[in-house]
Design a protein around this ligand. Structure first.
Ligand SMILES: [Cu+2]
Length: 272
């Protein structure tokens, strides 16, 4: 019985390692300038945790074998712990986890805290049950003010704009797709209308919650790699359970050359 358990533990370990080693379920292509840093952090974390996992599992299999019941009536020997060992592995775990956190924090903060450089293209994102809407500031590069009492899904006024009275709102462009030019920094300002939602694009390696009452900025630059796959089209999904229709809350990111983007934005503007 002990032998069967030890073999099962070793087999589970081998199969788990194989699944990761062979990249059977692996990350999709990365299309943002910060993607490589995120992937590096992910792989480093996976490698360190993987080595610890394998050692711990093999250790378990060994102990199961070594201390099996041999039916030879030997007296039982009990272990009452080893303080030095406990302090060592607690310290080692603390150092590994704190270190990985500090390294990961730097990568994460680059997207969330440093702010976009001047000249970045700003796009406002509204999450609501169960859709996304995107607003571009238009030729004046300024967003018109939001009037909560004017927000009306029935008339398509998702951002509560007053185009008649607000000069800065007149040229604002609202779209159902997030069109972005390649190789230009994009700053998203994330908002939520009703409950908590999130903005997640796997290929961008970017995930951020959207919360009612907050305007959350994130920034990224899409690389040429994006144009080589899926026609530049990538899925945006909500990863916060936000209601009965959560499963279908999604939109698309469409990456284009600057030239195509200008045309696309013009087409969106003429449809307002
Ligand atoms: Cu949602």
């Amino acid at each position: 019985m002990a032998l069967a358990i030890a073999v099962a533990v070793a087999l589970i370990t081998l199969v788990s390692v194989y699944v990761f080693w062979a990249h059977i379920w692996w990350l999709p292509v990365s299309i943002s300038t910060h993607g490589a840093a995120v992937d590096h952090q992910f792989k480093l974390t996976l490698l360190i945790c993987g080595v610890i996992f394998v050692l711990a599992q093999l250790g378990l299999a060994y102990v199961v074998l070594k201390y099996r019941d041999r039916r030879d009536k030997r007296p039982v020997v009990y272990s009452h712990g080893n303080n030095r060992l406990e302090v060592t592995w607690t310290l080692a775990a603390a150092i590994v986890f704190t270190g990985l956190n500090l390294m990961g924090y730097r990568v994460w903060a680059n997207m969330h805290f440093t702010g976009a450089a001047p000249g970045a293209l700003q796009v406002e994102v509204q999450g609501q049950q169960f859709a996304y809407y995107f607003r571009y500031p238009g030729a004046d590069a300024q967003f018109g003010p939001i009037h909560l009492d004017k927000v009306d899904d029935a008339t398509g006024n998702f951002f509560g704009l007053d185009r008649e009275h607000d000069a800065t709102a007149k040229d604002d462009i609202v779209a159902a797709t997030l069109g972005v030019p390649v190789n230009r920094e994009i700053e998203l300002i994330l908002r939520a209308k009703d409950v908590g939602h999130s903005f997640y694009v796997r290929e961008l390696r970017l995930q951020q919650d959207m919360l009612p009452g907050l305007a959350v900025p994130v920034h990224f630059t899409v690389t040429d790699e994006a144009l080589k796959h899926n026609g530049g089209r990538y899925e945006i999904v909500c990863t916060q359970l936000c209601g009965l229709g959560h499963y279908k809350m999604r939109a698309f990111l469409q990456v284009m050359t600057q030239e195509d983007f200008d045309k696309w934005l013009q087409a969106q503007a003429s449809g307002q």
